[in-house]
Design a protein around this ligand. Structure first.
Ligand code: GLA
Length: 442
């Protein structure tokens, strides 16, 4: 009862405002340890894969040397199980001395020297989900200051072992405490995931003001089932979730598992495409040392990343769920462009899906479509031009669609060459051949 006036005041004043730290105007990108490396602390028997400073330094080397940083993947994020089981004599968190002998500040310097940022994990509660020391309400200021003094750039604050009331107090308090350090620190809140992810238990207006991103739902696992479950939950609830995202405030459907064991090449493209449509953080959890060339090509796909990182920051929506088990997703992008994803939930064979842009809510005009995964361009599409896309089982076809006149204008003023260079888009965008629209892309 007492909260009502506060909530209605917030609703009036700040429905679209974001956390005022100026960070993460586009979804954050990088690498995080949890999904792939979990709480493996057995450095004696598994030194390459245990949670230790070596693992994070290795991943930083890969990000810096294998073209990831240039594509925007600039965060290395430590997840659970990094700390000692005991706080130090002044009550501060400290890293496990065997696994992080150099300390976190030194690791942060290593990353900063390579143009990267360091993320760390904490938990609002008595313990982290893995059983390490948590941040109780009385420790919030201390922990924020410790992280800032180490040069940390990002905090994921989990919510195991705390109740609703503690979360209601603690998540806003940590936001204030981080701001008070004077160091810009991106802030990811797991709060909604612990409250069912939906209103009225979750107040997204408030979350947008105090966090840069938030985990809404269950943890991702290394399987296509898990990717589908997460996708369904986010798009089934798109009326609620979609308007809450924007520059500086993002829904987080969890890590990219591309490059691990659970997804085929087609399913990997599907996760990349859907996460781009959702304006989701692109935080990989995989082994960058041993990534296949296919996985790397998907994760470094310039057009998919450009769509994900679109400066307008509008989250996309599911437009259609056909009886044929084809689904169509759409995201509006800056400069009158848009992205389309055709996803097949079928398990038989490639499906030839016939449609036209008018059926997907496009207005009259002349369009071009760049196929994100084949690099081919389809020219001269009008809204009523019928076309066919062939979609593999559990795969996608993803298009970057732009109005033709508009594009030529942009080409002259040089903005597109910048995007192409930055995201290494294929040259077919540059020199698209005017040709008769084929009935099928393939
Ligand atoms: C929770 C989070 C995960 C991960 C683990 C660590 O399950 O949702 O992302 O951080 O805790 O224990």
């Amino acid at each position: 009862m007492k909260l009502l006036p506060v909530i209605s005041l917030l609703a009036l004043t700040s429905a679209t405002s974001a956390l005022d730290n100026g960070l993460m105007r586009t979804p954050p990108m990088g690498w995080m340890s949890w999904e792939r490396f979990r709480c493996n602390i057995d450095c004696e028997n598994d030194p390459k894969n245990c949670i230790s400073e070596n693992l994070f330094r290795d991943m930083a080397d890969r990000l810096a040397e294998d073209g990831w940083k240039e594509m925007g993947y600039d965060h290395v994020m430590i997840d659970d199980c990094w700390s000692s089981m005991l706080r130090d004599k002044d009550g501060r968190l400290q890293p496990d001395p065997q696994r992080f002998p150099g300390g976190i500040a030194k690791l942060a310097r290593y990353l900063h020297d390579r143009g990267l940022k360091l993320g760390i994990y904490g938990d609002l509660g008595t313990h982290t989900c893995g059983g390490y020391p948590g941040t109780t309400l009385d420790k919030i200021d201390t922990d924020a200051q410790t992280f800032a003094s180490w040069g940390v750039d990002f905090l994921k604050l989990d919510g195991c072992y705390s109740n609703e009331e503690e979360q209601q107090k603690g998540y806003p308090l940590m936001s204030k405490a981080l701001n008070a350090t004077g160091r810009p620190i991106g802030y990811s809140c797991s709060w909604p995931a612990y409250r069912g992810g939906l209103p009225p238990s979750v107040n997204y207006t408030l979350l947008g003001e105090i966090c840069n991103l938030w985990r809404n739902y269950d943890d991702i696992q290394d399987s296509w089932d898990s990717v589908q479950d997460i996708t369904d939950w986010f798009f089934d609830n798109q009326e609620i979730l979609q308007p809450e995202a924007g520059p500086g405030r993002w829904n987080d459907p969890d890590m990219l598992i591309i490059g691990n064991f659970g997804l085929s090449v087609d399913q990997s493209r599907s996760q990349m495409a859907l996460w781009a449509i959702m304006a989701a953080p692109l935080i990989m959890s995989n082994n960058l040392r041993t990534l296949s060339s296919e996985a790397r090509a998907i994760l470094q796909n310039g057009a998919a990343i450009a769509i994900n990182q679109d400066p307008m920051g509008v989250q996309g929506r599911r437009l259609l769920q056909e009886r044929s088990q084809i689904e169509v997703y759409w995201r509006p992008l800056s400069q009158s462009a848009s992205a389309l994803v055709f996803l097949s939930r079928r398990q038989d064979m490639p499906y030839r899906y016939h449609t036209c842009l008018a059926k997907l809510n496009y207005t009259a005009g002349s369009y071009e479509a760049y196929d994100v995964f084949t690099g081919k361009t389809l020219s001269g599409l009008s809204a009523t031009t019928e076309f066919t896309v062939s979609i593999n089982p559990s795969g996608v076809v993803m298009w970057y669609v732009y109005p033709k006149m508009h594009y030529e204008h942009l080409q002259e003023d040089g903005r597109y060459p910048y995007i192409r260079q930055k995201y290494r888009m294929s040259s077919s965008l540059r020199f698209h051949n005017p040709r008769v629209v084929p009935p099928s892309l393939l």
